[in-house]
Design a protein. Structure first.
Length: 710
């Protein structure tokens, strides 16, 4: 339940439509398939312009929104301007971790908003709760100023909006917080939000353990004035995130905290809160930032952006390689506190449940599941990011006129690391008996598998799975191959019609401690336990194209279109699923097993199969590649309003011809890597050399048609 509430609070307001249903959008034209394409266009209309600054969606939303040219004067500028700003200003902490950039919670401010310290059994002192998204959920009450011990300050005031305010009166000031015992394991970080920029230097945090008579000088750690993560509630407030878990004396039961700092002069200091924090960082943010930044550049050809952002992208890759020992382990090894892959609860011999606070912290979008330690999902995304970065470095090397500084890790090395990761991790996480990938291998050496369809389909999509592995995965998800112990097999895997179940085996034991009663929700009543998410049907469709072929993918697309037509006829998602027996929707504050609207912004992925899949369109640093995959009964496919760099055009492809019709002609030269075979220009200007159409003069024609040479 907590996941539902948190995601609704944080994301529902982000789903902003740039255009109404009447605003011109791209169309998908396939002769004889209007019944299907009209519904896929309708899905695009409903979901086409989600905006979020949160890193978690970097691999899905930019690729879906940077290309559609919308409006009477077709342009992709609105979404491009948005993501340009996002990637140039996304925070990267001093160590190189790319922050989540999600709404503030009571966990690590650079990570996911929860698990909250309240759930972990930690401690917090909030001197104001105004504007805090969890004030009602946690029934928060401000810590009163009278409970504090303050030395070297006067005029202690408690401001309803800003929190504790005090005036320093001496060279040294200390703030001793009220006694509140907690286990050090559930509190790897201490977060302080205050006007620390007024201080001349770093402060110090001290702690007293249960049983200690006083504060031992050995139990203290420097506090950086600003950790470079998180946002602000008020002007001038900064976040200090103190990694107390790195200190050898941070162990056992902590009873009291004290904050100490020096003053260059008398000044007013504001402190909003001090609280413990779980390590809610996700190890995939760096990879996703690289993927999103790459997608932005490939679609826009924005060289000034690349020059501004390239070192940040390189830092992100270098951090993930070192922090997670990718080269040494041949996988992503997550050693952060609580990211051990273990469940957050166990049952004793009598069957009684015991919570293991602090264990099983989430690592990705599937935030209730304790992916961690040797993490398959993180390894897949790291593999993709390494390939994306290698492609960017290759483009930079080929274009010295861009004047981009040379890399510390070149393309060849990045490619080598990626292939080593694929081979070693591909073996490590592959279950030979079940013939599918497991989620992770925990710190006890135990692998975890509940039939994660999303994990396995993305392994195919990103090219992480070998052809043999991919075939076995599709045979299982198709229902042609049953796995012993699975709850859902055969046709039931597609019980929800629009996508396969997220998992095919009932899971009542492997979750973070915050979700410790999964048995109280029916199978399929939770998104992460037999439910389904609409957006990830995209990976299913793309995997089918790759492994089963275009006819099979078209059949699945038709089934999705038929489902959506029924949804529309019923008055939309909420009306359709109000009928008993159809499943329950999650989103907008309601729990359920199906994710299609509200915070499920990735629903915009589904129509992308028309562009990236059937048309086979992939942007490059110089233009794009076409590798169409047309079903038997699709004579051609045309997609309108595609924006690449400063051009807007319609693309129509059949087995015998290709046509580009420009709605807007730009100035950037365009190179189109053509499908296999021999091609010649029949209409318009352009030269075909070694399978590539080169266009430099757009003045002669706004339409270019190529035909295949027999």
């Amino acid at each position: 339940m907590f996941q539902h509430l948190t995601r609704a609070v944080s994301l529902s307001f982000l789903l902003v439509s740039l255009a109404s249903a009447q605003t011109p959008l791209p169309q998908f034209r396939v002769p004889g398939q209007a019944e299907t394409t009209s519904q896929i266009e309708a899905i695009l209309r409903r979901h086409h312009s989600p905006r979020t600054r949160c890193t978690l969606w970097d691999g899905w939303i930019p690729m879906s929104t940077l290309w559609p040219a919308v409006g009477e004067d077709p342009s992709a500028a609105a979404m491009r301007d948005f993501y340009r700003d996002v990637y140039l200003h996304r925070q990267i902490d001093p160590r190189g971790y790319v922050v989540m950039d999600q709404h503030r919670g009571h966990a690590h401010p650079g990570g996911w908003p929860f698990p909250l310290w309240e759930q972990a059994g930690g401690a917090g002192w909030h001197f104001t709760v105004k504007g805090d998204p969890y004030r009602q959920m946690m029934n928060m009450q401000p810590t009163h100023v009278k409970q504090l011990v303050v030395e070297g300050a006067s005029d202690l005031l408690q401001d309803e909006s800003f929190g504790l305010r005090l005036k320093t009166t001496a060279e040294q000031t200390s703030l001793t917080l009220p006694v509140r015992a907690f286990d050090s394991f559930v509190a790897p970080f201490i977060v302080i939000e205050w006007s620390s920029d007024l201080l001349p230097g770093d402060a110090t945090l001290s702690w007293r353990k249960v049983g200690d008579e006083g504060f031992d000088p050995a139990c203290s750690i420097p506090v950086a004035k600003d950790s470079g993560v998180g946002g602000q509630y008020g002007a001038g407030l900064k976040l200090s995130v103190v990694p107390v878990h790195e200190h050898p004396m941070w162990n056992g039961q902590i009873e009291q905290l004290r904050l100490h700092w020096t003053n260059a002069k008398s000044q007013v200091i504001t402190i909003r809160n001090v609280h413990t924090a779980t390590d809610s960082r996700h190890p995939i943010t760096n990879a996703l930032f690289v993927r999103g930044s790459t997608d932005y550049f490939l679609w826009t050809h924005d060289v000034p952006f690349l020059k501004q952002n390239i070192q940040r992208m390189r830092t992100a890759i270098e951090y993930s390689l070192a922090e997670f020992r990718v080269r040494e382990e041949g996988a992503m090894l997550i050693s952060w506190p609580g990211h051990d892959g273990r469940a957050g609860f166990v049952h004793d011999a009598q069957g009684n449940k015991r919570l293991l606070h602090g264990h099983g912290v989430g690592n990705n979008y599937w935030d209730l599941l304790p992916f961690g330690h040797y993490d398959c999902y993180a390894s897949i995304l790291e593999y993709d990011a390494l390939q994306a970065m290698a492609g960017i470095e290759a483009a930079i090397a080929a274009h010295p006129e861009w004047e981009v500084a040379p890399p510390t890790i070149d393309q060849t090395t990045l490619d080598s690391i990626a292939q080593d990761l694929k081979q070693r991790a591909g073996r490590r996480f592959w279950d030979e008996e079940k013939q599918r990938f497991v989620a992770c291998i925990d710190a006890d050496g135990k692998s975890h598998d509940y039939g994660f369809t999303f994990l396995n389909l993305e392994a195919i999509y990103y090219g992480f799975a070998t052809p043999t592995q991919a075939e076995q995965i599709m045979a299982w998800i198709d229902g042609r191959r049953e796995v012993a112990g699975d709850t859902s097999t055969g046709a039931d895997i597609y019980r929800w019609r629009f996508a396969p179940r997220a998992t095919t085996r009932r899971n009542t034991e492997w979750y973070a401690w915050v979700w410790h009663n999964p048995d109280q929700i029916a199978w399929g009543g939770q998104v992460q336990d037999g439910g389904a998410v609409l957006g990830f049907s995209y990976h299913d469709l793309m995997a089918r194209l790759e492994i089963n072929g275009p006819d099979d993918a078209a059949k699945r697309l038709k089934a999705i279109a038929q489902w959506y037509a029924e949804v529309e006829a019923a008055g939309g998602y909420r009306s359709y699923y109000a009928q008993p027996g159809r499943g329950s929707l999650q989103g907008g504050g309601t729990p359920g097993g199906l994710g299609v609207d509200h915070e499920f912004m990735e629903s915009v992925l589904v129509p992308q199969v028309m562009l990236y899949g059937f048309l086979g369109f992939q942007p490059t640093a110089a233009g794009f590649t076409l590798e169409p995959k047309l079903p038997t009964d699709w004579p051609s496919i045309e997609i309108t309003r595609v924006a690449w760099a400063d051009h807007v055009f319609d693309v129509k492809v059949s087995n015998q011809s290709i046509r580009l019709a420009f709605r807007k002609v730009g100035k950037v030269p365009l190179r189109v890597n053509l499908p296999e075979g021999q091609w010649r220009v029949e209409e318009g200007a352009g030269d075909v050399i070694d399978g590539t159409l080169a266009i430099t003069d757009f003045a002669e024609s706004k339409a270019i048609r190529l035909v295949r040479i027999p």
